[in-house]
Design a protein around this ligand. Structure first.
Ligand code: DX5
Ligand code: ZN
Length: 217
């Protein structure tokens, strides 16, 4: 299991150091939650901030766009140093155009589905994607409770990916994940777990990441 700490739970006055700390703690990806106050009822940070903190880790930057019109900003996040860009299938941009734009910048594209969106919504795009992110909470805030009823969507996605013989296709899950439930996600077929609260509130983040990985062995 790969672990992507969500920086949403970090101390933003020390953003760069927090990234360096997660790097040291064994994070596989840095998960960066971009919110526009329109697609979700919260505002976080944008491409300029990501550009400033990019140098604090060489690990892949996994940028989760919770914004209404991602297509308009792909160049900005590409220039900022994103390695993976995921955006919501529920957004207002043209989905295929946005995937193509991300790929044209040499970045790995992913689609995200909210809790009320079925797995099938991303099936038409699957062959073009590096990743599908299944939200296990309503997007917008950290610290919410994990929705176990999202697991069947993971199973469906894995089945479909296998049917299409997709190589190197990843399923990511995001929201309310920690040592207590990560095994369920692993068993369902998740490859990458985002973890905000469970890593940042831990006394020792390295131990928290390690414990989560161990549960999945
Ligand atoms: C929620 C974000 C998540 C969030 C996860 O909209 O996409 O990445 O920060 O935080 P926890 O692990 O606390 O649920
Ligand atoms: Zn996220």
């Amino acid at each position: 299991m790969l672990i992507a700490p969500s920086l949403l739970s970090c101390d933003f006055s020390r953003f760069g150091d927090e990234i360096a700390k997660m790097d040291k703690a064994g994070a596989d990806f840095m998960h960066l939650d971009v919110m526009d106050g329109h697609f979700v009822p919260n505002i976080t940070f944008g491409a300029p901030i990501i550009k400033w903190v990019r140098k604090y880790s060489q690990k892949p930057f996994d940028v989760h766009l919770m914004i209404s019109d991602p297509l308009r900003y792909i160049d900005d996040f590409a220039d900022a140093g994103a390695d993976i860009i995921t955006f919501h299938v529920e957004c207002d941009s043209n989905i295929q155009e946005t995937i193509d734009k991300i790929k044209s910048r040499g970045i790995k594209p992913g689609l995200v589905i909210k809790p009320n969106t079925p797995a099938e919504a991303v099936f038409p795009y699957l062959k073009d994607l590096y990743m599908v992110l299944v939200m296990t909470v309503e997007p917008g805030f950290g610290g919410q409770s994990f929705m176990a009823d999202m697991l069947p969507k993971v199973v469906k996605l894995r089945e479909q990916a296998d049917k299409l013989a997709l190589a190197d296709f990843l399923i990511e899950a995001d929201g309310g994940i920690g040592e207590q439930n990560i095994k369920l996600l692993s068993d369902a077929g998740v490859d990458v777990c985002v973890a905000g609260t469970s890593v940042f509130k831990a006394e020792d983040p390295a131990e928290a990441i390690n414990a989560m990985k161990k549960k999945c062995e």
